[in-house]
Design a protein around this ligand. Structure first.
Ligand SMILES: CC(C)(COP(=O)(O)OP(=O)(O)OC[C@H]1O[C@@H](n2cnc3c(N)ncnc32)[C@H](O)[C@@H]1OP(=O)(O)O)[C@@H](O)C(=O)NCCC(=O)NCCS
Length: 170
């Protein structure tokens, strides 16, 4: 039997594949446009990870996937990288508006959590902004716990979440 998420992707005629350097312009457009729509500063140019996701995430013991539709247009992404041997950070979970509310956000999150757990990471961290209400609800329902914000987080991010990957049952 196909895993449930593969059926969902097939029904929506979407494909997940590893991100590559050639995706940079489309990723910047997708992520930058969504940040702008929430009134958030565009962190894309500052962080540099989207310039070459294969190298940036690959060099940091991570992975980055993109979601493309049947015309080849990039409609989503999600990445994770290792901050240490035991701690990883979730980054860049973004979906184009037209593919939201169908369960894909949870699918992408589940994939990176499973990936990180299989590689032996014990904790997944994530920094976000409270105006990203859909994401905040997704993370909390998934089991992420709010942490006290620390100076380590990006300037525009007022929320810090953490998920135990060992013995959390999720
Ligand atoms: C966050 C995001 C990826 C969720 O994707 P999605 O495919 O629409 O989400 P799903 O359909 O998988 O829903 C999963 C959960 O997300 C939350 N959610 C989704 N849409 C929501 C909405 N309009 N309002 C509140 N919560 C919502 C819910 O908790 C939902 O679970 P439920 O159906 O059991 O209530 C998407 O809204 C998005 O790209 N947002 C903008 C980018 C962003 O905020 N990224 C996070 C950066 S840290």
């Amino acid at each position: 039997m196909q895993p449930a998420h593969e059926n969902l992707l097939a029904d929506l005629r979407l494909t997940l594949r590893p991100g590559k350097r050639q995706d940079a312009d489309n990723l910047r457009t997708l992520v930058g446009g969504i940040l702008q729509s929430y009134g958030l500063p565009d962190s894309v140019a500052r962080d540099g990870d989207l310039d070459d996701v294969a190298v940036w995430y690959g060099n940091r013991h991570g992975v980055f996937e993109v979601l493309v539709d049947s015309s080849g247009a990039l409609v989503g992404c999600c990445g994770v990288y290792g901050c240490s041997q035991t701690v990883c950070e979730l980054r860049r979970l973004y979906l184009a508006y037209k593919v939201r509310h169908r369960g894909l956000g949870r699918v992408l999150l589940r994939r990176v959590v499973d990936w990180a757990r299989a590689r032996g990471f014990e904790t997944m961290e994530m920094f976000t902004a409270s105006v990203l209400k859909e994401a905040v609800q997704l993370y909390e329902r998934f089991g992420f716990a709010r942490q006290l914000q620390t100076a380590a987080g990006p300037a525009a991010c007022d929320l810090h979440f953490s998920l135990r990957l060992r013995n959390s049952g999720r």
